[in-house]
Write a protein of this length. Structure first.
Length: 279
């Protein structure tokens, strides 16, 4: 989409902008307080003991679920979409993880919390992809366990009844979200699961799916502060999409290591345009 077709914000005086901003600030503060209350309710959720003896394959060999904690009290698992038949991980998952994996995980570690990735792909596929992305975040394979099925991020009716984001397949159809459960099975889907360790006992405290992963922030929340937003087709107001941004879940989303290639291509085009204008 060209810039001429963009529907930009209304131009007003500084005083009018200030009045509108202060009106929005009231709602933002309401949202902040509501989010604080919601977080408190989340912390008050009960927990359930994990009785299954899940085993994973990691960089140091076979690991149990308690091993994934790395001796800390809490564990956050990002269910990274990587089917055993794929040669590379999910593009959207890669974009999400890249915003964290290059950051400061020690801030989580300082609060007795470990963040790890778990995928159904075997380690022989995970390791080369992880190296290609330049990540050091712990990443484990659940290939020979029921972990992905039990936490409803791999959907296969031949293994367990389909459930995603606490809805059955029929409920997704009724709610208009059947896109989560349609397609050839097994279906890989994203999610976040939280665990708490008390001695040698592990408890499952929380899981979120779908857009729930956005709540940890990242680029999406930065873009939400801007006039053009995320530039997704579902966003309001309409007409704010430049056409350059790949939609969520799109095959056009670059892998993190492909951004520099794209940037070099853009710089070459701009350089050629500049040279042409000099003639």
């Amino acid at each position: 989409m060209s810039h001429e077709k963009l529907i930009l914000p209304k131009i007003v005086s500084q005083a009018e902008w200030r009045a509108a901003r202060e009106e929005l600030l009231v709602k933002e503060k309401e949202l902040t307080r509501a989010r604080d209350r919601l977080n408190a309710e989340r912390r008050r959720l009960p927990m359930v003991e994990v009785e299954e003896d899940y085993m994973f394959e990691g960089p140091e060999g076979t690991a149990s679920l308690p091993d994934l904690f790395e001796s800390r009290r809490q564990l956050i698992v990002y269910h990274f979409m990587f089917d055993p038949s794929w040669d590379a991980g999910c593009r959207s998952c890669s974009a999400w993880v890249d915003q964290i994996a290059r950051g400061h995980l020690q801030h989580l570690h300082a609060r007795e919390t470990t963040l790890a990735l778990v995928s159904r792909a075997p380690l022989i596929k995970i390791d080369p992809f992880k190296k290609r992305m330049g990540w050091t975040i712990p990443w484990y394979s659940s290939y020979d366990s029921d972990f992905n099925y039990d936490y409803h991020v791999t959907l296969n009716e031949a293994v367990v009844p389909i459930e995603y984001n606490y809805r059955t397949k029929a409920q997704h159809v009724q709610a208009g979200t059947s896109y989560y459960v349609d397609g050839k099975q097994p279906i890989e889907l994203p999610g976040l699961s939280c665990f708490l360790r008390d001695g040698d006992t592990v408890f499952h405290t929380y899981s979120t799916y779908g857009r729930g992963g956005e709540t940890v922030g990242g680029a999406s929340y930065f873009l939400d502060l801007t006039a053009l937003g995320r530039q997704e087709e579902w966003e309001e107001p309409k007409g704010r999409t430049t056409g350059r941004a790949a939609q969520a879940g799109s095959a056009r989303i670059p892998y993190p290591d492909e951004y520099e290639v794209q940037n070099q291509s853009v710089r070459r085009k701009l350089s050629m345009m500049g040279s042409s204008n000099d003639r």
